[in-house]
Design a protein around this ligand. Structure first.
Ligand SMILES: Cc1ncc(COP(=O)(O)O)c(C=O)c1O
Length: 390
């Protein structure tokens, strides 16, 4: 039967998410410490978890409205107003989705025609090329180059053609941790205005910034009405399994996203929507505690890797650190990650799965440090064995 699968399906199988599944299975089979997938192995703030339990106990257990419950839409609008000075009407310009992923899917399916092109930066979050392909569009990449992960503005200009419809900007960025600077965002914004492009921004790490300042692309001149601003609660409150996300945009763009979204999940996660409304209503304190704690984990893990002789590209935000294994051992990242579970009992991801152009990624390995101290220390202890045995 599988030889009759559409070609698109085979293409999607080469992308990161399926690589994570393979690596996670390998982690289980070998008893490895799994630093492959980006989710915390600890819980979010207790007051946020209690809000979900309360919502279930109070009977918020049936379908929510398609746009999401109004208290959450109000909380999202208020969050954007207070934090970034961005005004969105909760009735018409905010849409609650099944995680940021569904907001991305809805936006790309709503706004792309078959044959259109979508510009994105590589390394990319693997859903972007997959969703573009599902919409019948193709993608073009602009490479972020280590160690600063900056891009060549000429390459960005060249990536935009007469067929370009969308540009996707993920800042703070997975997997590099780059926080795009105001100057870089201003360049992207002026190109969008000049070439009449729609921007989709993925800001799921907006609260997990350790260095630099996150500024939404929608705050730049000419961008408010041509940007779909996407985020979610999963990273902000360490509740990735809740899958509550949102998209904010001018009412005409948002209506288009809603039109696609209603045939994806229609709606979901009623008690979690209530809990996230409560969590956002608590102000910045819960999110700040999550960020401070994660920064500590980043430092502990990156320091530990450096002590073991790894060349670490320290992230300014988010869940992941990269190392360049070619700089220290002469091996490529794919071989390193393929051997790591059996040799050291640790799973990490070769970063080339996030690139179209494999060369800049040849030595890069991605490690998730959003893990308990015990998990991180055990991974470092096992990798120390690597230093002795290699
Ligand atoms: C850049 C980026 N966007 C979107 C998502 C998915 O977010 P959600 O779980 O809210 O769908 C992730 C999750 O890892 C991510 O890293």
């Amino acid at each position: 039967m599988t030889d009759r699968l559409p070609r698109l399906n085979s293409r999607l199988q080469g992308l990161g998410t399926t690589v994570f599944a393979t690596m996670s299975a390998l982690a289980e089979a070998t008893g490895s410490v799994n630093l492959g997938q980006g989710f915390p192995d600890y819980d979010g703030p207790p007051e946020v978890l209690e809000a979900a339990q309360e919502a279930i106990a109070s009977g918020h257990n049936q379908y929510p409205p398609g746009r999401g419950i109004l208290p959450l839409r109000r909380a999202v609008a208020e969050h954007h107003r207070q934090r970034y000075g961005l005004e969105f009407d909760p009735e018409r310009e905010v849409l609650v989705t099944a995680g940021a992923t569904e907001a991305l899917a809805g936006a790309i399916l709503a706004l792309c025609e078959v044959g259109d092109e979508v510009v994105m930066f590589e390394p990319y979050y693997d859903a972007y090329p997959a969703l573009a392909a599902m919409a019948g569009a193709s993608h073009r990449v602009v490479t972020l180059r280590p160690p600063r992960w900056d891009f060549d503005p000429t390459e960005l200009r060249r990536a935009v053609t007469a067929r370009t419809r969308l540009i996707i900007v993920n800042s703070p960025h997975n997997p590099t941790g780059k926080v795009f600077t105001d100057a870089e965002l201003a360049q992207i914004a002026s190109l969008c205005v000049e070439r009449d492009l729609i921007a989709i921004t993925d800001e799921v790490y907006e609260h997990l910034v350790f260095e630099g300042t996150h500024r939404p692309l929608a705050t730049f001149e000419g961008m408010r009405d041509r940007t779909v601003t996407i985020s979610s609660a999963g990273k902000t409150f360490s509740v990735t399994g809740w899958k509550v996300g949102w998209a904010c945009a001018s009412s005409d763009l948002l209506q288009a996203v809603l039109t696609a979204k209603q045939f994806l999940t229609f709606a979901g996660g009623t008690p979690f929507q209530h809990a996230v409304a409560t969590a956002l209503g608590m102000g910045d304190s819960a999110a700040e505690a999550v960020c401070k704690d994660l920064r500590w984990r980043r430092d502990r893990f990156c320091d530990g890797l450096r002590e073991l002789g790894f060349a670490v590209l320290e992230p300014a935000s988010g869940y992941f650190a990269m190392t360049d294994v070619s700089a220290t051992g002469g091996v490529d990242a794919t071989s390193f990650c393929a051997e790591a579970p059996r040799r050291f009992g640790v799973v990490a991801i070769p970063a080339d799965v996030f690139f179209d152009h494999k060369a800049p990624a040849a030595g890069l390995v991605r490690w998730a440090y959003c893990k308990t101290t015990a998990t991180l220390d055990e991974a470092l202890r096992r990798l120390a064995g690597r230093a002795e045995s290699s």
